[in-house]
Structures are given as C-alpha cells and as structure tokens.
Ligand binder design. Sequence first.
Ligand SMILES: [Zn+2]
Length: 214
Amino acid sequence: MWCASREIINKHRRHPTFQFSVVHIMAIVKHPTLGVIECVRSLRTRSIRLSVHPNKNIRLTYPFFVRQKDAIAFAESKSEWILKTRKRLEERRITIPTINRATAKDLLNEARNYLPTTLARLAKEHNFHYTSLRITSARTRWGSCSGKNGIALSIFIMILPEHLREFIILHELCHTRFHDHSAEFHALLDSLVGGKEKTLNKELRAYVIPRILE
Ligand SMILES: [Zn+2]
C-alpha cells in the first residue's frame, strides 16, 4: 500500500487577525484491489462514511479517533457494494447528444406537420377517441395521455424511425381506453403492433433524447 498525505487547513477569518484550524486531514491511499481511496479524517464526523465518485475514486470519511487502517478495513468489507456502484455509474455515463436551437425548430416544424395527421389517422384506423393534441418539447417522456384523453406528444418523436413514432402514438391512444399500464392495456397495444410490443420497447430504449444547446 502506498500512502501520501497532505493537510487541509481551513482559514477562519476572525477580527482582527486570521485563525487557522485543522478541520480534516486527507490521505490518498492506493489500495491493491479497490484502487484510489481518499481517506478523510474529519473533526466534523462521528461515523465512517463511504462514497464512490463518478471518477471512480472512493472517498472514506471517518472521525479522528478512528485509525486509517480500521477505516480501510471497513471499505474492504464493503467491496461488493463498491464494485456494484462503480458499474452502475459506468452504465449511466451515456453521452447525451446535443442539438442547437435551429435544429430544435426544424424538429418542431416537422412535428407540427407529422403528429396531428398521424395521430388522427391512427385513431380513425383503430377507433380511438382523443380530445386534443399538445405538441411539447418534453425530454423525459415521448408522450402522455390525460384523464380527459388529451394527448401530448414530444417533438423528439421526430428523431425516431417511422415505425417507432407510430408505436408511441399507439401507446398513447391505448391510454384513452386504459389509463394505466395494466395487463389489458398491454394486451391491446400488443395486438395493434402484431405482438411486438416488447421488441419495440427495447428498440425505443436505445434512443437518447438530445438536449437543446442554449
Ligand atoms: Zn403509458
């Protein structure tokens, strides 16, 4: 194990001079299996805390009366959790694509042309009744259906291939009959897409909604 330590001194400004007090001491420990551990011995904590940062370093914060080797032993006992957390952080690091304002405006124009007619066509084809359509720039969901059967659809549907656009619209139309994700809802939607609901949902999950650059 390799160690290097440095002191972090907090400055407390007091009239008329400065006073210094040591609030915590940090040591960087290179652990053979866990990697880099930032060991923070702090006056402000009464228990040992462990966190994994997105840059994958581990931070161990513990009270002054706990020895570093005991704190590290604590981290070692949590190694399974550490590995799981690192994996989760890694998976979450999908890069979100960005588009500029002009592209977003193009999407809106395309959506205004496409969504009302396609929604009307699919509703007629499958005998659904909706009360209104609202076109949004929602990034968290492709669409929604209100209790009064008003449908909202995101302009970002336009980044998808045709079959997935229709799949989303059908999903919202099915909500005009079932306002939940019950077995009946899924059975209806599945019957409208030739038994491919699961496959289409999986395909849809591969798309990341872009962020609009200011
Ligand atoms: Zn739904």
